[in-house]
Design a protein around this ligand. Sequence first.
Ligand code: ATP
Length: 588
Amino acid sequence: MEFRLVADTFQRLEKTSERLELISILASLFSHADASNVHMIVYLLQGRVSAPYTGIEIGLGEKLVEEAISRAFGVDKGEVERLYKELGDLGIVAERLASHKRQMTLFSEPLTLERVYGNFYRIATASGEGATETKVRLLVDLLKDAEPLEARYVVRIPLGRLRLGIGDATILEALALSKLGDRAYREDLERAYNYVSDLGHVARLLFEEGLEGVRNVRPVVGIPIRPALAQRASSLEEILQKTGGECAAEAKYDGFRLQIHKKGSDVWIFSRRLENMTGLFPDITSAVLQQVDAEEAIFEGEAIAYNEETGEFYPFQVTIQRKRKYGVEKAAEEYPLKLFAFDIVFLNGEDLTPRPYSERREILESIIKPGDTVVPSERIVARSVKELRDFFESCVERGLEGIIAKDLKAPYIAGARKWAWIKYKRVMKSQLSDTLDLVIVGYYKGRGKRAQLGIGGILGAVYDPSDDTFKTVAKVGSGFTEEQFVELKNLLDEIAIPHKHPRVVARIDADVWVEPKYVITVLADEITRSPNHTAAWDGERGLALRFPRAVSFVREDKGPEDATTVEELVEMYKQQKHVKVGEGEDSY
Ligand code: ATP
């Protein structure tokens, strides 16, 4: 396929933020693709060449890209830098230089999608001595033959600055529309995606085997499955009511969710965001080999740093620091981890996801041999509020976050937040049943003392899967220390953009807009109606947080689509102790 077609499409996508139009433009591009190259389009749209879990990233820094532009167009680096300062976008710099060049040279070989993807793949995987030179050369090779518009995207892709306003959900809908004639088939594609976490793979499968192939997708050892998530309850009564009067209740450990894959003597460990973290957990890897009695298995657990002497659990921050601050080996000694295994989705060739929780749990317990590191999560089966309360209180007393109740009859629902799992946490000094995870979409420069820092607060948004956008819900100015503000500003300046991001829906301005990338956890006193925020907008007002304060720094374990959703926000609004649903002006 000609890359020209891809570049034209990208340009059209850039010009609109109307979702149905985005989908139809993209669907028309897919209609030119076939099973051999559809995955290339899908990856390039996301600025990648492979699924995120593979860890293969193009990631070229500005300096290398400037070097490649200078070599490709025969201008010196000072000139490239000057143009960058003037135009503010290296993509546009390359486009301009390519159009000058075009007037001077007569022929070049037209770029194809395959060649562009191939070069980027080689850039992403080049390693060892001379890798930097190889990467620059591969980019120069593309730029030399690029038409001006193509040059714009050939530069933006490796810099991770496509910003087309396209999220996973939009890609799935466009694939469904293009290949199956109806956006509604997104659900089938999403189900497959939840099992294999690889949009390119799902796209190829759709083109190769059609809907049947997509519907037959099962978990595969070595490829992460998207995790099941929990709903939240505002009372223990509600939990029993949602689970039909009987449920399991497990301790909710505030650690690090790990998905463990085992095949013979190979072990893979994936984070909640499905990154491959095997190298960080040698202790867990060897414990799994010793303690898990299965040839092939995919199971999940919460890893938490644990003090054997005092029997005390360390908080999440300590668990996570282990990977940053200390050498991996030393950390494993100082903060030994326990892995509280809580679910299993695959065993020796069998997909266990359709089986009820009670059976999966039994299977899980049967394959864990006694040992120090891997242990089944603590749990009870409860039939009364009293049993639930006693268990909840004993968990909180020991410094745990609360409980997760599980519907005994429910299957494992990958990638979804359903009532099969219900969390009930201890949240202090708040009307709300939980904290919220907000995506930062912009920041404010701050007044007074904060003016010196250059940042005084952020604009936070929740995720709306129905149209794949981020809708604002609060300005958050407290909860960060000065050092954290400084660090945050540095992080945000790297992803600052001149206008509101196409996937952000806002009625108020930020001083600096940023790409929706980072997630923070906030606690608020309550959720109120507000004409300023767009979350759960009813035509006149949306929902906003009252007295929000950050209770975490940037969450490394969450991406923007993992933020609290609009639906959850509405649910939490209804659960607030003083809001009487169905009365007065409330329309939810
Ligand atoms: P939170 O931000 O409240 O920790 P989350 O958004 O990361 O939650 P939720 O779906 O809200 O995810 O809560 C489930 C999380 O709780 C899981 O992702 C997992 O990391 C953690 N967890 C701790 N103990 C358990 C358990 N026994 N069973 C399932 N999940 C558990």
